[in-house]
Design a protein around this ligand. Sequence first.
Ligand SMILES: O=C(O)COP(=O)(O)O
Ligand SMILES: [Mg+2]
Length: 220
Amino acid sequence: MTRAVVFDLDGTLIDSLPDMTVSANTLLAEHGLPPLDRSQVAGFVGFGVRVFMNRLIAATALKASEYDTLLQRFMALYVQATDHTEVFPHVREALDALRDQGCVLGLCTNKPTAPMKAVLAALDLAEYFEVAVAGDTLSVPKPDPAPLKLAFEKLGATEAVYVGDSPVDAETAQRARVPFLLFSEGIRTVSLDEIPHDKLFHDFRTLPESVNALFASYPH
Ligand SMILES: O=C(O)COP(=O)(O)O
Ligand SMILES: [Mg+2]
């Protein structure tokens, strides 16, 4: 039996919206454009960096015809933007407790590999995860279920739970047919009751117990 818990990254384990906002605003400033606030940038997050850039262009006077150059510059900024990112409270103790309970841990994020690795290193989180599937690991990102299925397959999971913060994560879990735990304090632009979930949690101190309860109800 291998109990695997896979986590989304942005808005689930780390509060990265401030750094995404800084990166977007630096790009805008370089084009002589005014900054956006965090709540606007929150609406660009979830489907990976290509959709992020499309939405940023649509919301500002950045030019769609310069998409490739803009994306390249944004990625250069994004990969260095870790100073304003924090691990959510009690995440480390929850990860430690889950490992002590015998779970194997993985990541499935739509963040591209380079900024994912940079932020995991900056926050000293990488060692927790045996597998990390990023937004560019496969040709399709979430909500396609393939990245999440790959994470569980690599972990050799016989029992699985996905933990995330967004409608994209909920849809991915549903399509991969795994239970979904929804974190309420993440990067969200819709209300919690619009996001299908098996269990909602607000505080990482309660996560190990919720994961246990879900596994206990797992069909054997
Ligand atoms: O980069 C994004 O758009 C979202 O990243 P996440 O999947 O870790 O929430
Ligand atoms: Mg997220």
